[in-house]
Structures are given as C-alpha cells and as structure tokens.
Ligand binder design. Sequence first.
Ligand code: PLP
Length: 388
Amino acid sequence: MPLFNVYPLYDVTPVSGKGVYVYDENGTEYLDLYGGHAVISIGHSHPKYVKAISKQVEALGFYSNAIQNPLQVKLANKLEALSGCKDYELFLCNSGAEANENALKLASFKTGKSRVVAFKNGFHGRTSAAVAATDNPNIVAPINAQQKVTILELNDIAGVQAELEKGDVCAVIVEFIQGIGGLDQGTAEFFEKVDTLCKANNTFFIADEVQSGYGRSGKFFAYQHYNVTPDVIAMAKGMGNGFPIGGILIHPNIEAKFGMLGTTFGGNHLACAAGISVLEVIEDQKLMENAKVMSEYFVKIAKTIPHIKKIKGKGLMLGLEFDFEVGDLRKRLIYDNHIFTGGASNKKLLRILPPLTVRKEHINMFYEALIEALPEVEAAEELQTQNI
Ligand SMILES: Cc1ncc(COP(=O)(O)O)c(C=O)c1O
C-alpha cells in the first residue's frame, strides 16, 4: 500500500539518535539543528527519558480519562513550578493543532462569541478552527473556511482595536515568535496593547507557544519576554521530546465545566511519563539557560557573516536570512556536511531549531560547513540566474 504522498522528502533515513545527533541505516552521523521541527527539546534518546517511558509502558501505558491519574497531577505541578504560570490549570491533549483548537473552543464557549483575530504569516495547525486562523489559503479546505477569522498584519494595533470593538471576537491568537511563517515578532508595545484590548473587550488572548514554548526562547514561554497575561497558552512540540503530547494552560479566572473539553488519548500515562521526564531534564540540565547562552554565541558569529542580512527569533528558535534562496544550501548542508537545518515560507530564511542541549562545538561545526558552502552556493545561484 503506498503512503499518501503529502510530504516532499529528503533522501535520508534516520534510524537512531543520541543527543544532538541522528544516525542513518549505514551509521552516518547527522548533526540535528532542526530538532525534528523544534520537537526535540532534551536531545534524542535522553537516557532519563528512555528509562521513564520504558518503566511506564511496563507498568501501564494507557487508561482513559475516567479514572484518577496521578501522573497528570505530577506533570501539572512540575509545569507550574518550571513555567512560573502560577495557578493556571492544565488540560492535556495530543498535538499542537489540538491545543489551539481547544483554546479557541474554550474562548468561544466562555465569551459566547465566534470570530477570531489572527495574524499574517501565522500558523496554528491543520484542524478546523486552528487552520482557519492560519494564514495559508493552500491548507484551508472549504469546510474550514466557514469559520469566522480576520487576519491582520502583525503590529497593526489600530486594526486589532477596530475588530475587537465590534464585539464579536472571541479570541486573538498569536505566535510571539512566528515559526514556519519566518520568525517575525510583534513589538512589545503591540503585544502589551493587544493584551489590554482583549481584557477590555471580553476577548481571550491566546498565546500559541506550540513551537516557541518549553524553554526554546530562553524563557519557558516566549510571551514571558513581555508584560502580558494570556488567557490560554497552547503547548506541544518540546513537551514530549517526540512523544505526541500537547496541552493548554488556562488562566484561573476561567472555570471548568464537566464535558466542556475532552479527549481519549490526551494525558495518558505514557504521555505523562514522557512529559514529566522532559521537565525534569530541562530543570536538572538548566536547558533554558543553555538556550540563552548558546543563542548569544550563535548570533555573535552570524553577525560576522556578510551573506546573512537579518538574524531573527530568540533563544534557540533562530532564523538566518540570506541574500539568496536557501534551498540549495540546505541540501548541501544535509548531503555534504550531514547537518539538518529548517526552512520557512520565506525562501531566504534558514531556520535553526536544535535540541536545547546543543553546545558551542556543534555551533562551530555548523559555521565551518556554512562558510565552506557559501561561495559554492553563490556560484550555483549565479549560474541559475544566467540560465533564466
Ligand atoms: C506555532 C504552531 N502552532 C501549531 C502547530 C501545529 O502543531 P501540530 O503539527 O502538532 O498539530 C505548529 C506546528 O508546526 C506550530 O508551529
């Protein structure tokens, strides 16, 4: 049976991983500066993580949300302590889209309204309301297009104010650092004004931290770089280091009601064991601090390379914008240098999303390969242009 062909694939087959490296079937080592799309937070096959999941699956892998599950409580308490989101409540699900879908649904339930304000180049997942709030018409099917969504430019505070004052907006959803859209960020003034406007207009402020959360920005959540208080915070990628787990943190002012949200698999025993061990490793190995320090090192070197026109993002969620399209460069880095990096909708942007355990030696390896590749890439680009 063929696989439904929706992904353009690189010709690489990782079969194992350790720390910041993955290995293919021939034992070739690849430096992973992509983290499987910002998912690998504590490094591949971290021994504590492997042990925690293995022990849990031997004991009890799954039971439904109809019974007591102390692992969910342990995860919630650990998350509160590490994130500093005091008194927020946790609802667990399985992915980023689901986290945003539940956040938007909760906003609509609680405000009695249904329109969403989202932003240009934003990405929130592929389910019903989440995809409608995503600024990419190619992935919005007619069935999703029935949702009421208004997409505004990032930093358009007058636009946000005008929409919220119409009285029918249940939520403003934002990535504090955009992911696939290209690492753009709103200004502090913008985020803080949106927060105030949401509070004044009975509108939820939803922080989509699916990619930027879990220490990646150097703080636990990217919104914590600003003076804002989101009503709901959506999380996923780094939360399980590859084990599918997502969740939302819900402000204490928002009251739960039986049956309001629900899921079969969300918060299962195995997912919680993965999630708890991720938090323990982030804390024990001081990975938020490492993200900050490694980011500074990464950016300092990037500033010395003339081909890099802009450096975007925060922490270990970085984008290097070159003066040429980076498709060939990414291929060269993978096939010749065995280094994974990420792309974005902005074709000139190379995304760097390594495990938060990355060290200076790995960053040096990347720059050595990059500097070696740059003149060749430039020559190839020139030839292509001449052919056109
Ligand atoms: C900011 C953001 N939100 C939501 C999602 C959707 O997450 P998932 O693919 O787990 O559904 C993603 C995935 O890339 C994301 O980057």
